[in-house]
Design a protein around this ligand. Sequence first.
Ligand SMILES: [Zn+2]
Length: 303
Amino acid sequence: MVVAIWADLAQGFPLDGDDDIVAIEAANGIDDMGDEDKIDLSHLGPEAYGAPSKESGDALSTWDESSPMNPEEMGEYAEGDILIPQLGRNGMRDESMRWPSGIIPYVIEGRYSQEQHDTIKKAIADYHRLTCLRFVPYNGQKDYISIQSGNTGCWSSVGRIGGRQEVNLQNPGCVSKKGTVLHELLHAVGFMHEQSRHERDDYVDVRYDNIKAGSENNFKKADAKRTNDFGVPYDYNSVMHYSEYAFSKNGRKTIEPKVGGVTLGQREGLSRGDVKKVNAMYNCHKEEPEGGWMGAVWQGFFG
Ligand SMILES: [Zn+2]
């Protein structure tokens, strides 16, 4: 039965029902998460809550692949690309949730070329290959992700907020690099930016003199007591790390590593640390790929 389900998933067929979900839970190596499935959103502050903005889309329309910054660093949202819908008139969420058993129903509703569609699918395939997360075709589930292509930039909520939640991947802009798709999906999975870690000042220097006026908030640090690094050290290679020119007002670096020989802001693939953190958050016992050229390439480039 499990084999049949994997075949269904691989071919994009909808799942048949609860029996399938139970079988996936057993097959993907995820333990019951119990009460540990909350994600603290408090360090994001009030600017994380609001509505999609056309200004962010207009800013992104000037981006191309020769830009020194990443497209998700061009939005006017919290930290550039975090947007959580407001609850009621003034309500803010102070937490969101993990996805039960790591199963994330999704539907691609934006308009993309075949190549861009393939880029999104490759990002999802990376999660399936390296983690226990399973993006399954939306089939009426209560909580799910809708991937949209509105002219409002690249953005996502953090974690599962309940009901339909959008991940916006503006076209063109957010679907040029697989890493941008991986990045926005990793927010939806439940992760923040790497450089907002509480101990980041031990690893990078933030150059406030070079940051655009009004964007200083994007470089806030999280509270040590409220975040969980899952035992993974600070990771310059994370797909969740800003580039060195994020929110620069003058073409100079806004964030610099304290050590030589590292590049910030790669958007080629999940780093080894990214994979470890996802699998730790979701109690996944999947082993790191070792043999074969796939494992070698992944570890060689992003190790
Ligand atoms: Zn981001």
